[in-house]
Ligand binder design. Structure first.
Ligand SMILES: [Zn+2]
Length: 573
């Protein structure tokens, strides 16, 4: 240092344009900063830029649209920064400070991107969905915009941090400094909280969803909660269910049931033509004389929450508070004696509900009909290919009692709706053909989505056609229920997965469509006409497990007639 400055003095003055002397800005950057300075800068960045989604949501609240509201917003921001400084001060040591701040910056960047782009918030259920997401689903969410956002919001400040020299002192002094910074930030937090307590408590009470926007603490909190509660996941021990399940002997003249249960994906009840949607998205189902229940509500707002809950006997509230994972519908049907088969056209799989029954995953389906596939994704019709052979391979003594085939659709999985319908089903154009939905006009997003609904209509009707050709040997039936709905840009919300309490109805209102052959109607005692009369009755996924057991005449203590939508039809006959 000394040497270099004396040499500079000996040289003739540098010309004005020379780059030999570092610029003033660079000198500033090269100056070592204290650990507190680094923590404060990072905390301000996270509280400000990292929480744009929170500030956007707060700006929309009518009660903060005045001077006091503005002051409250600033106080809230100061409190968030103070929390981060306090956290960083606990870890302000030579080997931990930079990694910890980097983790926070990257988590904040990722969270901010998804919250701002799709209007989602980050809670336990969203985190489970993220953890159970497979590579293919994740790839679809990736985009250049996302990469840009991660670089600008996370990587850039992290790179500046790693470039900076931190002025460390002796461990003892550092301990004292950390303690002072921690105490000071707690004091700032307490004063901000005290000053704005009435506003804070009222706002948080009236707009609970705001807390899931505090970034990146929302992600860390959700991860901690996930760690405490069981997640339905492959390979984890599950408790048996319905160990007494059995089937009565088939009556004289009866045929074994052949039931297809289609687990839909991201289908909205209000975009079904049969349900009164302005566009006729279901012409083929309409001509099949199906019964469509129009007032059905999902158990969750994403696949990982909804599917295990649908297949559980518990119903939404008890399922959310379940102490352990338990078997579900597929297990009970198999235990009762049916031949059960799970066909999965989703790379994300069945979220644990098909772990103990024979299954065919999307790769095996793809091998059977590559012409229905693009890349590593197939159109849902692929599940009908080679189906007779797959059923023939199930145990004969089970087939003699009946067959239940679950078909887990790709359906209307977003954001790339345009990939979910073959070219000849694109009746609504122009389509949004990017996965950055917010860049498209809303009509284009809706067009692409409605084409997926029209294709689901074709897929379900084709399945019914297949079932009809098997009426000589079987008593065929089809039940189609979607796992959850979708936001299509209403109030700037896209996709799904908002916490159940705050999620808009469109994410929870799902189709439930049934088709029964005459033979199945006679044997089950449930007629299509009787179900049609319930079209507007409020029903939910809570009724799925018990209605399936009722239709398939499974006798077990875990069956509850009160949650079987067919029970009253049977009683009336
Ligand atoms: Zn889903």
């Amino acid at each position: 240092m000394h040497l270099s400055s004396s040499r500079t003095a000996a040289l003739p003055p540098a010309p004005h344009f020379s780059a030999a002397r570092p610029s003033r800005a660079l000198q500033l950057l090269n100056r070592p900063i204290s650990p507190f300075g680094a923590a404060l800068l990072a905390a301000l960045w996270i509280a400000g830029i990292g929480n744009l989604a929170l500030w956007r949501a707060m700006a929309d609240l009518p009660e903060v649209a005045n001077a006091r509201g503005l002051a409250f917003g600033i106080g809230f921001g100061v409190a968030i920064a103070a929390i981060h400084v306090a956290l960083f001060s606990l870890l302000a040591w030579r080997w931990t400070l930079k990694p910890v701040i980097t983790l926070f910056l990257l988590a904040a960047a990722g969270g901010a991107y998804f919250m701002l782009s799709y209007g989602v918030v980050i809670d336990r259920s969203m985190m489970v969905n993220v953890l159970l997401t497979d590579g293919r689903e994740a790839r679809e969410l990736l985009s250049l915009r996302m990469l840009g956002a991660l670089l600008a919001l996370g990587v850039l400040p992290a790179a500046l941090l790693w470039r900076a020299r931190i002025a460390w002192t002796t461990p003892l002094r550092q301990l004292r400094q950390n303690a002072i910074v921690f105490a000071a930030s707690c004091a700032v937090l307490a004063s901000a909280g005290g000053l704005f307590f009435p506003d804070l408590s009222a706002t948080m009470r009236n707009h609970t969803q705001l807390r899931y926007l505090i970034n990146p603490l929302n992600s860390f909190y959700a991860l901690a909660i996930v760690g405490r509660q069981p997640v339905q996941r492959s390979g984890v021990a599950v408790l048996p269910l319905g160990e007494d399940a059995h089937l009565p002997a088939l009556a004289a003249g009866a045929k074994p049931p052949l039931m297809v249960m289609v687990v839909g994906e991201t289908a909205r009840a209000d975009h079904i033509g049969l349900n009164g949607y302005a566009r006729d998205t279901t012409p083929r189902l309409a001509s099949e004389g199906v019964a469509s229940l129009r007032n059905v509500w999902s158990c969750g707002t994403n696949t990982a929450a909804s599917v295990p809950c649908m297949f559980s006997n518990l119903g939404r509230e008890a399922f959310e508070n379940r102490p352990a994972n338990t078997e579900g519908l597929a297990d009970v049907l198999q235990r009762a004696g049916y031949a059960v088969l799970w066909l999965d056209n989703q790379a994300g799989g069945c979220k644990g509900v098909c772990d103990r029954v024979p299954k065919v995953d999307y790769r095996a389906l793809q091998a059977a009909a590559p012409e229905l596939c693009q890349g590593d994704e197939c159109f849902d019709e692929v599940m009908l290919r080679g189906l007779d052979e797959r059923i023939a391979r199930l145990p004969a003594e089970r087939r003699a009692r009946g067959v239940v085939v679950f078909m887990h659709q790709m359906g209307s999985h977003g954001p790339a709706y345009y990939l979910r319908s073959p070219a000849r089903f694109k009746r609504f154009t122009p389509e949004c053909t990017t996965n950055a939905l917010q860049q498209c006009a809303r009509e284009q997003v809706v067009n692409a989505y409605d084409n997926t609904m029209a294709y689901t209509d074709h897929f379900l009707a084709s399945t019914i056609d297949w079932l009809k050709t098997r009426e000589a040997q079987w008593a065929p039936a089809l039940v189609y229920v979607s796992d959850h709905g979708e936001s299509l840009g209403e109030n700037n919300l896209y996709l799904h997965g908002l916490p159940y309490r705050f999620a808009p109805d469109v994410q929870k209102h799902v189709p439930w469509i049934s088709w029964f052959s005459p033979q199945f109607e006679r044997q089950s005692g449930v007629s299509t006409a009787c179900l049609k009369a319930k079209a507007d009755e409020r029903l939910s996924h809570d009724d799925y497990f018990h209605s399936a057991l009722g239709l398939l005449n499974v006798q077990t203590r875990v069956y509850e007639a009160a949650r079987d939508i067919g029970a009253s039809c049977r009683a009336a006959t």
